[in-house]
Design a protein around this ligand. Structure first.
Ligand code: CA
Length: 226
């Protein structure tokens, strides 16, 4: 999952980014002014945008209005020091999906982010079961045949993304766009390496029954052979 933080308090933005990466394996980009934030939000397929309201150049409510006006459906969580009811109501009425007022608990922000992303992918249950694999997005854990499996961050990120899009064709481009932030080196051949690693752990044997390759198109995670 890839998240954009539009926030001009740099230290706070970095703390949120670190927490989201560590606790939820999200890829995170940070933008520190409204103009750049709006540009990034409209040119990348983010799964979620965390939006401050008082920002240099373009304020958060204006960004939100512009995004919705242009048909961008990415969920937006407003994170603002303004605790005034009018701003929150205006934000929600302009198309924000959730809000949190500063100061806030990091754990609550992360939980809200997870909930918003589950909603986008129409997976209200945080536990996704595929064959013998169980992915708990709330606790960020994976079990296989009842035993917990510790996955490197990128393998978890890929497995979770494929699981959220269960039984759907996921292109390599989509994987690269949703799993990597701007700072990451996204060489497309690494996707194959991660898929291969996941198969060794969850889908061994000559005939893959869980992670299916659709030649030249991408991958499908599903327990029913496609
Ligand atoms: Ca601000």
């Amino acid at each position: 999952m890839r998240v954009l933080i539009v926030e001009d308090e740099n230290k706070l933005a970095r703390n949120i980014a670190r927490a989201l990466t560590e606790a939820a394996s999200f890829a995170v980009d940070i933008s520190s002014d409204g103009e750049d934030g709006q540009h990034m939000a409209t040119t990348n397929p983010y799964d979620l945008i965390i939006l401050d309201l008082m920002l240099p150049k373009i304020n958060g409510l204006e960004i939100l209005q512009n995004l919705r006006h242009r048909g961008h459906h990415t969920p937006v969580l407003i994170l603002t020091a303004k605790s005034m009811k009018e701003d929150i109501i205006r934000g929600l009425d302009l198309g924000s999906d959730d809000y949190l007022t500063k100061p806030f608990e990091m754990a609550e922000l992360i939980a809200r982010c997870r909930a918003l992303i589950r909603r986008v992918y129409d997976r209200p249950n945080p536990v996704i079961q595929i064959g013998n694999i169980s992915i708990n997005m709330a606790s960020h854990t994976v079990t296989f045949k009842g035993k917990q499996v510790m996955l490197p961050a990128m393998e978890y990120r890929l497995l979770e993304y494929l699981a959220l899009r269960l039984n759907q064709l996921v292109s390599k481009t989509e994987i690269l766009e949703h799993l990597y932030d701007f700072d990451a080196e996204n060489f497309s051949n690494v996707v194959e390496v991660y898929v291969s690693n996941l198969r060794k752990k969850f889908d061994p044997g000559p005939h893959h029954v869980l992670i299916h390759t659709v030649r030249g198109q991408g991958y499908i995670l599903g327990d029913i052979p496609q």
